[in-house]
Design a binder for this molecule. Structure first.
Ligand SMILES: Nc1ncnc2c1ncn2[C@@H]1O[C@H](COP(=O)(O)OP(=O)(O)OP(=O)(O)O)[C@@H](O)[C@H]1O
Ligand SMILES: [Mg+2]
Length: 218
């Protein structure tokens, strides 16, 4: 089991957003996490990424996220790919370097990292933008670059927060194809979004947050 939550609660100071929820995610699962704005989707993703300490049990791989040390968290994050709601590309770096980042962290040499980054940028149809800076890209292009960065190092899990909201149909379908491709390689994918996509034809699980509780819907 990749993620196990038991009586999980998450709060900002003493204001609880997620309460007493239990669920689990297995290796290779494709999960959509829905809920209205303010329901706690980003909060839950942040907690899984280790940005927010939870109460109760949130186990990811071998780690208990309520007690994880800084060094263990760094280690764990090497197995995670994350796409934030606001992309978080590094503004001073061009797109190629941004996408290479997880490979630098993994210790790849520059040549090898560059080759992989160019390959993946081709898949997201950004080959012509590799030497541009994030501010020179449209929102959809930045999002595609952020996704390329999230999957380049073959993580065990990809967390994506609203990855297709605000994208046109072309970018949205490219992005979804990438997630499906990653999932077919055995990567677990968790996507937070307001609603489920229409005409999505791979097997997925649906988690929904309502009034602070995470439910699995079938
Ligand atoms: N840093 C913070 N400090 C205090 N409260 C916060 C903080 N971030 C979020 N919240 C509150 O936590 C609740 C859940 O927010 P969250 O961002 O997780 O919602 P969301 O489901 O991702 O919404 P959206 O669909 O709009 O992105 C909201 O009531 C929000 O106001
Ligand atoms: Mg959010």
């Amino acid at each position: 089991m990749l993620i196990k939550a038991k009586n999980l609660s998450i709060a900002y100071k003493n204001q609880f957003v997620i309460r007493d929820s239990s669920f689990s995610v297995n290796e290779g699962d494709f999960v959509f996490l829905t809920g209205i704005s303010g329901s706690g989707k980003t909060t839950l993703i942040k907690s899984i990424y280790g940005e927010l300490k939870p109460y109760g049990l949130l186990q990811i791989g071998p780690y208990d996220m309520s007690k994880i040390s800084k060094s263990k968290l760094t280690k764990l994050r090497r197995h995670m790919g994350i796409v934030f709601q606001d992309y978080k590309l590094i503004p001073e770096w061009n797109i190629l370097k941004n996408v290479m980042l997880p490979l630098f962290i993994k210790g790849f040499d520059k040549k090898e990292a560059e080759k992989k980054a160019i390959e993946i940028l081709k898949k997201v149809k950004l080959s012509h933008k590799i030497d541009k800076f994030p501010r020179e890209l449209s929102g959809g292009e930045q999002q595609r670059a952020a996704i390329a960065r999230a999957i380049i190092h073959n993580p065990a899990i990809i967390l994506a927060d609203e990855p297709i909201s605000g994208l046109d149909e072309y970018s949205a379908s490219l992005v979804m194809e990438l997630f499906i491709m990653a999932n077919k390689m055995g990567i677990a994918v968790i996507i937070a979004s307001h609603s489920l996509p229409t005409d999505f034809n791979i097997k997925y699980r649906h988690f929904h947050i309502e009034k602070g509780k995470v439910y699995e819907l079938s």
